[in-house]
Design a protein around this ligand. Structure first.
Ligand code: SF4
Ligand code: SF4
Ligand code: FES
Length: 387
């Protein structure tokens, strides 16, 4: 047994009182969970502490909280591990972010998380005619969506999504991962419509800023940001959806600029985003309007020396040999017959032929992530329950 002090964020909106911190010292073995610590504090000291839980085994997704500022599952975080991340020897537990607090550590998942999940039509829309027997699908196509199927709807990714903080209407990481679960399913009849809907929505897939927070937050290795990138590739590359938000063209402007210059050429970004790679594109009226709109941000960036006027206008030069090296990467990727989607979740290894190293998982190979820990995405086949 060891003693741990928990500092819990308490708040009851109905009381009219301000939030406050409450400390309790509990006795538990270090490998027991933060959830068990909270439940002991509740049983021994204060029965009014609000915490939601059910399975205590990282399955139901109901005990999402922030521990020492990081989102996660209280039942899936050992006390000794949490103590290592504590600033002053006290484990701090707060409710998740981006969702209103109902009481103490319980947030209103209906108000944000579930609303967004419903937004993406989270069920299979059958192709007609519906088969009378089992619908047999190729194994590879299901491998591609296994990662998104692992979601337990805990909301940890929603809690820390930076885009949602700025734009609460953003569809968000969990709902996007759910959307990919059906867009990638060969049995779904409305993949194009789903993609078009999410691309055209100003708060849809192009609202993500690639901050990686949701990947860090997810206790199940769903990597929501990667699912958003898959949705974008399907929308842009496979279905050629040019959304009216200009998300697809903006992303493609980044790609072509790096290919041409090796680094971002800021002054070219807007014209290419609106007018494409052509010379006439520079005079696209929307690019001019956007430039005017962005002037305050540009001025601030120049004042803070984040960009120089010369570098922005003329582009950043890199040595020819480096540019050639960058362009070789493009050539290699563009020269592939098919796109490889990395899937670091899959554990279904093929036999390790001739002792060769296991390749990273892809939709095509279904192999696992080398070096992953047991119980985590990409664990070894021996330690891996089949999913
Ligand atoms: S990567 Fe995108 S979806 Fe994920 S947390 Fe950041 S902004 Fe949100
Ligand atoms: S994607 Fe991960 S963090 Fe987000 S709700 Fe699903 S399991 Fe939780
Ligand atoms: S109690 Fe079910 S995931 Fe933690």
């Amino acid at each position: 047994m060891a003693e741990f002090t928990l500092r819990l964020r308490r708040y009851d909106p109905e009381s009219g009182a301000a939030p406050y911190w409450d400390e309790h010292t509990i006795d538990l073995e270090p490998h027991r969970s933060v959830l068990e610590g909270i439940l002991q504090a509740k049983a021994r000291f204060d029965g009014s502490i609000g915490i939601r839980c059910s399975c205590k085994a990282a399955i139901c997704g109901s005990c999402g909280v922030r521990i020492n500022g990081q989102p996660g599952l209280a039942c899936h975080t050992h006390l000794d591990h949490a103590l290592r991340g504590a600033r002053d020897g006290v484990i701090e537990v707060e409710p998740m972010g981006n969702m209103p607090v109902i009481k103490d550590l319980i947030v209103d998942m209906d108000a944000v998380h579930w609303k967004k999940i419903h937004r993406v039509t989270p069920w299979l829309i059958n192709k007609e005619p519906i088969p009378e027997r089992e619908y047999v699908v190729p194994r590879e196509s299901m491998v591609d969506i296994t990662q998104s199927m692992a979601c337990i709807q805990c909301g940890a990714c929603v809690s820390d999504c930076l885009s949602m903080e700025v734009d609460p209407l953003f569809v968000g990481p969990a709902a996007s991962a759910k959307a990919y679960r059906f867009v990638g399913d060969p049995r779904d009849a409305q993949q194009f419509e789903r993609l078009q809907d999410l691309a055209e929505d100003p708060h849809g897939i192009y609202d993500c800023t690639h901050c990686f927070k949701c990947i860090d937050a997810c206790p199940k290795g769903v990597a929501p940001m990667s699912q958003i990138m898959r949705l974008r590739r399907r929308a842009g590359n496979d279905h050629h959806i040019k959304d009216r938000n200009n998300g697809e063209r903006h992303e493609s402007a980044f790609v072509t600029l790096i290919k041409d210059y090796g680094l971002l050429h800021e002054a070219e970004l807007l014209p290419r985003s609106y007018g494409g790679d052509s010379w006439f594109g520079k005079f696209h009226p929307k690019a001019g309007a956007e430039l005017l709109d962005s002037l305050p941000a540009i001025t601030k960036a120049v004042m803070r020396r984040k960009v120089s006027i010369k570098g922005a206008l003329l582009g950043h030069k890199i040595p020819k040999a480096d540019l050639n090296a960058v362009q070789r990467i493009y050539k290699k990727i563009e020269g592939r017959d098919e796109r490889l989607e990395l899937n670091l979740y899959i554990t279904g290894y093929d036999e390790d032929v001739d002792g060769a190293e296991t390749p990273p998982a892809t939709a095509a190979t279904g192999a696992g992530q080398p070096g992953a820990e047991p119980g985590q995405p990409g664990q070894t086949p021996e330690g891996s329950p089949s999913r």
